[in-house]
Design a protein around this ligand. Structure first.
Ligand code: AMP
Length: 114
């Protein structure tokens, strides 16, 4: 897997506003926020896209979701609600090839997404 900006954030080689971190997961503020709260929740293990995740990584993916809900509570948006997004590939506009969940909150979101 190619080196990404997220690997550099995980290794603390470039700065990021980290809001949560444990041995397996890191969460930091998106540099181009699309909502009052916009955090990226990232497994430290480099998985390129959701389609690259293997059965052996199923437990890690579960933890990623549970920790995302924890971060949402910590940031005070659990009551009002939030949206989780995983972009995959060209049509979804995936930019960084290191799996991540966008956690967006602090405003209402339309459905279906545009
Ligand atoms: P995606 O399109 O799902 O791959 O989203 C990648 C996200 O990473 C975008 O929302 C970018 O604004 C965000 N991003 C890119 N570089 C950085 C960085 N150095 N720190 C924080 N967020 C970043």
């Amino acid at each position: 897997m190619a080196e990404t900006v997220f690997s550099k954030i995980i290794r603390k080689e470039i700065p990021a506003e980290i809001v949560y971190e444990d041995e397996e997961v890191i969460a930091f503020k998106d540099i181009r926020p699309q909502a009052p709260v916009h955090v990226l929740v990232v497994p430290k293990e480099p998985i390129e896209t959701i389609a690259d995740a293997t059965e052996a990584q199923a437990e890690l993916l579960g933890k990623l979701l549970v920790r995302t809900a924890e971060v949402a509570r910590q940031l005070g948006i659990a009551e009002s609600g939030y949206r989780l997004v995983i972009n995959h590939g060209r049509d979804a506009g995936q930019e960084v090839l290191h799996l991540h969940i966008h956690l967006l909150g602090g405003r209402p979101f339309g459905w279906p997404p545009g």
